[in-house]
Design a protein around this ligand. Structure first.
Ligand SMILES: [Zn+2]
Length: 374
């Protein structure tokens, strides 16, 4: 895996039997007292086995089973954060292990940041590109915001565990990767339209990870060992690319802004959250349709943006590289995930609001913003 020098994690293991290696790693580091944070599902998927391995290695492990919130899902909110924080002993806790997908990681990365403890990542599904993130999206008093946090000192991704992850989580990881088609376009556009910083090496790294996933979509859909290995590698590489650049530009454009808008509305309604990557994948198809309509067919919400008048041929050249709406939906289906707003349950009103308003959520130039502000 191509990880730029200054961002090398202490250890990055993606193979069968990685759980055992996680236990050896902690023992080698002199850890005597660790906390294992998981939820009921991820404990069954990997936590119990890891607990046994740690015990065999002579490491004392305390389990912190994060409980679901009122919606029935485990969420990274005040209650979950406190549940873990209470377990951390300032004197004796050597490390916290996050066993789970994105949410468990966000709880752990924030608590470890605040308590100065290292955290070890044990992903149980290839579902998001945020395992290595230094930001934690947390829900505080019902509002989701990203707070500074820390990345893991080591990642132990066990292929035996990942290939058994539910298909919807695998498809969500694929959707998060597919979103790079429009995020990479928006990044170039923001550089052209508003001189936002751009790094070609980081963009190429992200694009390579995206292409690997698209080339292996059927293996990913079937959860073969190769497919899962490629998806997980790509997600970690996309995460590392963001760390290298220091901001989320490579991996997050208008498709992520739509997804955030829907997520906030679901929070307001008290509805059960949709998977991040499931939203991003569908949003990518919708954004591709809007962008292709604007650049190739002259269809705009209002006027033609000045940027399109001035740089139309460049924008069209870049958009030629972004698959059309139908192709993106077909890729999502082949990965076994939802491919339409209807399947996600996003109604027409919410979708229309998000297309009009989502660009206001982030101070970032995108073609969606240019179309709305023309
Ligand atoms: Zn994402």
């Amino acid at each position: 895996m191509n990880i730029p020098g200054e961002y090398v994690l202490d250890r990055m293991v993606l193979e069968k039997g990685a759980l055992k290696q996680a236990a050896f790693y902690l023992k080698d580091k002199g850890s005597r007292d660790v906390i294992l944070a998981a939820d009921a599902n991820t404990y069954e998927a990997a936590g119990r086995k890891l607990e046994e391995e740690l015990g065999a290695a002579g490491v004392t492990v305390r389990l912190c089973l994060i409980e679901p919130g009122a919606s029935g899902d485990v969420v990274a909110d005040e209650t979950s954060l406190l549940q873990l924080l209470i377990e951390v002993n300032p004197e004796t806790t050597d490390a916290v292990i996050a066993v789970g997908s994105g949410t468990i990681h966000d709880i752990v990365r924030y608590v470890c940041y605040k308590t100065g403890k290292p955290f070890v990542s044990v992903p149980t599904a290839p579902s998001v590109d945020g395992f290595t993130s230094k930001g934690a999206p947390l829900i505080v008093r019902g509002v989701k915001k990203t707070f500074p946090a820390i990345g893991p000192v080591a990642i132990f991704a066990d292929v035996d565990v990942l290939t058994k992850a539910p298909q919807q989580l695998v498809a969500a990881g694929f959707g998060d990767m597919l979103g790079k088609y429009t995020s990479l376009f928006d990044w170039k556009f923001s550089h052209l339209a508003a001189q936002e910083p751009y790094d070609k090496e980081v963009a190429d790294m992200t694009e390579k990870a995206l292409r690997a996933c698209v080339e292996h979509v059927d293996e990913i859909g079937k959860r073969t060992e190769e497919g899962i290995r490629i998806l997980m590698t790509s997600l970690i590489e996309s995460g590392i690319a963001m760390l290298k650049f220091g901001q989320s530009h490579p991996a997050s454009g208008a498709e992520h802004h739509l997804s955030h808008f829907w997520e906030m509305e679901y929070l307001r309604r008290g509805s059960r959250a949709l998977l991040h990557g499931a939203k991003v994948g569908v949003a990518c198809a919708e954004i591709s349709r809007l962008y292709h309509d604007a650049a190739f067919r002259g269809v705009y919400p209002g006027q033609e943006p000045e940027m399109l008048k001035k740089h139309g041929s460049q924008v069209r050249e870049w958009l030629d590289e972004v698959p059309g709406e139908a192709d993106i939906r077909s890729l999502l289906q082949r990965a076994g995930g939802p491919s339409s707003l209807q399947e996600l349950g996003i109604d027409d009103g919410l979708f229309a609001d998000s297309v009009r308003e989502a660009h206001r959520l982030r101070d970032r130039h995108t073609l969606l913003r240019a179309l709305n502000e023309a």
